[in-house]
Ligand binder design. Structure first.
Ligand SMILES: Nc1ncnc2c1ncn2[C@@H]1O[C@H](COP(=O)(O)OP(=O)(O)OP(=O)(O)O)[C@@H](O)[C@H]1O
Ligand SMILES: [Mg+2]
Length: 235
């Protein structure tokens, strides 16, 4: 799986230029997980949301496995790319956790037994098998986050975009999520303020500052560059 951004410019309502000319490539063959780092408002969420076509492209190009992100390709792209939103309430809409996780696989028109198998497996991966019958509206923040993750894992996407996946998770859940993500063969792009999590899961990182790429490289190396982190509002 390869995702390429070419001279990408993204604007938010009101003309805010949230991403201001970024060219880079993410490729499972080179690096299976890349952290997207940057201060509040740097453009992390906007960048991730643009890949499945949720933010209009002002100029430039996004390619997902050589398919341009544009209307006619969105169904095919969304079948390959799963996204965990910064706010899990944007993601969960079924009545029970089990139904919510089943929604995606059912949409893929899988046989009912296969759907159930996917649901069981994903709930287990996220450690929430016991929550299958629970009302999603009555879960804790961390439980909602895990349910949203299970819903994406059940689709077995080739790429997973995770926006602040560890917010709301307790330390053990963070550790388990890190291990789970490292074991997944999919390409992972992870927007996070949790630098320890980024270092644990992502061999590479991309640092954004005001919508521009301030740095790209090995996470272990860049996280030692205190002047860079300071300049980008990361410490
Ligand atoms: N729905 C929106 N309407 C208008 N402007 C927006 C919207 N969402 C984000 N923006 C603006 O776009 C810019 C980038 O925001 P974005 O949410 O991508 O940043 P972020 O790096 O994800 O920040 P955070 O760390 O707070 O999640 C900011 O200036 C923000 O105010
Ligand atoms: Mg964000």
């Amino acid at each position: 799986m390869r995702i390429e951004l070419r001279e990408l410019v993204l604007e938010r309502p009101g003309g805010i230029r949230a991403i201001d000319g970024i060219t880079c490539r993410f490729d499972t063959a080179c690096c299976p997980a890349v952290a997207i780092l940057g201060a509040n408002g740097a453009g992390k969420s906007t960048l991730l949301e643009s890949i499945p076509g949720l933010v209009p492209i002002a100029s430039g190009t996004i390619l997902v496995d050589a398919m341009a992100v544009e209307k006619r390709n969105l169904t095919a792209i969304r079948a390959k790319v799963g996204m965990i939103f910064q706010n899990s309430d944007d993601q969960l809409f079924s009545h029970t956790v089990g139904e919510d996780v089943a929604f995606g696989p059912r949409n893929l028109k899988l046989a009912p037994e296969l759907v159930q198998e996917r649901v069981r497996e994903a709930l287990q991966q996220m450690g929430i098998a016991s929550l299958a019958g629970r009302d999603v509206a009555r879960l804790s923040g961390g439980e909602k986050r895990r349910a949203a993750l299970a819903g994406v894992l059940a689709m077995k996407p080739e790429a997973i975009l995770l926006d602040e996946p560890t917010s709301m998770l307790d330390p053990r859940a963070c550790r388990e999520l890190a291990e789970c993500l490292k074991a997944l063969p999919a390409l992972k792009l992870i927007a996070t303020h949790d630098l320890a999590f980024a270092a644990r899961v992502c061999p590479e990182c991309l640092i954004l500052k005001n919508g521009r790429m301030a740095a790209r490289g090995e996470t272990a190396v860049l996280l030692q560059q205190h002047d860079l982190l300071e300049e980008c509002g990361l410490e």
